[in-house]
Design a protein around this ligand. Structure first.
Ligand SMILES: [Zn+2]
Length: 416
């Protein structure tokens, strides 16, 4: 049933069996990527997926690397709304703007697809414990799925993780430790060293399974658009697992003959901490450490370095004809307010994908008739401090009397 065949190293093309719990290439330490035999896809795959509504992301199981005899560890992830937002679109000068609201996932962020798959995979191969590092959202998701799977979870959290996010992780029973470090590069070096010594981690890209689930974005979005392809997909970028997975998914759909083109992929970071944007603007194929992760309210995507130098993410963005965009703190706040006008509450790191639209119209890389999908990666409730700082204040205080209320509300129905 699963069309996944093998994992292949990005750097030396060494092949690794999908029946082993391995992070990096055992030969050279490169990133591993799952490959599929799409030629063997059954006819009517998309139609069957449509008929399996209710199974969430698992209705695309042929295109995921979970062995056929494994039972998915599920909390009801996937099939989040793709909301048409004409009012917001008009305000931004876009005729067709859609918000993919992953804030409605089981733990409130887009991380759930990836951990549902990676934890299911690890459980099937006998894992009883695991670890990841996180700025908060990934940790909560990992902890919840490990709880469901009966796996002992350890989460190393970054400075940026706010107390609400940390509490969500401990609520699910994970062991949480706050990290001491100077730069993100130090964390990534530690991860690579642990992987080389055989410690299995669930960190994006170092774990070769997690981002495969992000392909499901592409499947859901195209199905929700009746197999029309958006012109542009806008996604916040921390490690880049989301945008990379979506790009892979769109390419698979094209190879399967379900769509005939792919979107331009736009990756967004906070301007004060934007190694991806720096590399893109300077024509490099890799990121170098830059920026101050502590200077942005977009905590979930704040990092001065990217895993394995962001090579995959840069390749996806360039191959798609897209771009990397850095948005200012004021623009992020504006993005939160604009998402609110689309009836979606986005945490700052999610609102960057709305903030970038302002820039796209100003700079001319978004046309008025482009069909644009912006991904809302997490709910504003993840970062209550930022929500309270950005949202308008209440109008004032009023007595609980009919007269006082009548002075402020409008009568909608005539009294006869
Ligand atoms: Zn290799």
């Amino acid at each position: 049933m699963s069309l996944a065949t093998v994992m292949v190293c990005d750097d030396c093309a060494h092949e690794v069996s999908l029946s082993t719990l391995v992070n990096l290439c055992p030969r050279c330490g490169g990133l591993l990527e799952v490959q599929y035999d799409l030629q063997a896809a059954p006819a009517g795959l998309a139609q069957r997926a449509r008929e399996r509504r209710g199974e969430g992301m698992w209705r695309w199981r042929e295109l995921l690397p979970l062995p056929d005899d494994a039972t998915p560890v599920s909390l009801g992830e996937g099939d989040t709304p793709l909301l048409a937002t004409p009012d917001l679109g008009r305000r931004l000068g876009l005729e067709r703007l859609l918000l993919k609201n992953d804030g409605l996932m089981p733990t409130g962020s887009f991380k759930d697809r990836g951990f549902a798959l990676a934890v299911s995979f690890a459980q099937h191969l006998g894992a009883t414990s695991g670890f990841t590092y996180s700025s908060g959202n990934a940790g909560a998701s990992f902890a919840a799925y490990c709880r469901r799977a009966g796996i002992d979870a350890t989460v190393f959290v970054e400075d940026a993780a706010n107390e609400t996010k940390v509490a969500a992780i401990t609520l699910y029973g994970a062991e949480v430790l706050r990290l001491e470090y100077d730069t993100s590069a130090q964390i990534f070096e530690t991860l690579d060293e642990l992987a080389r010594e055989g410690y299995y981690s669930f960190v994006n890209f170092v774990n070769p399974i997690r981002h495969e689930a992000m392909k499901v974005y592409a499947y859901e979005i195209c199905e929700q658009l009746d197999w029309e392809v958006p012109d542009v997909m806008v996604h916040p970028v921390g490690t880049g697992g989301g945008i990379w997975g979506a790009w892979k998914g769109f390419n698979e759909l094209r190879e399967l003959g379900l769509i005939d083109r792919v979107p331009r992929m736009v990756g967004v970071q906070a301007a004060v901490c934007a190694p991806l944007v720096d590399a893109f603007d300077n024509g490099r194929d890799h990121t170098i450490p830059t920026g101050d992760a502590g200077a942005t309210m977009a905590q979930s995507i704040a990092g001065d370095t990217m895993i394995h130098d962001g090579r995959r993410v840069l390749r996806a963005i360039r191959d798609s004809g897209g771009r990397a965009v850095g948005v200012t703190e004021d623009e992020i706040a504006e993005g939160m307010l604009l998402a609110g006008l689309g009836a979606v509450a986005a945490e700052p790191s999610a609102a960057v994908s709305v903030a970038a639209l302002l820039r796209g119209r100003e700079e001319g890389w978004l046309e008025p008739d482009d069909t644009v999908v912006s991904v809302i990666t997490a709910t504003a409730l993840k970062q209550p401090g930022a929500l309270q700082a950005v949202a308008p204040r209440p109008s004032g205080v009023v007595a609980a009397t009919a007269q006082a209320w009548k002075d402020t509300i409008r009568r909608e129905t005539a009294h006869s």
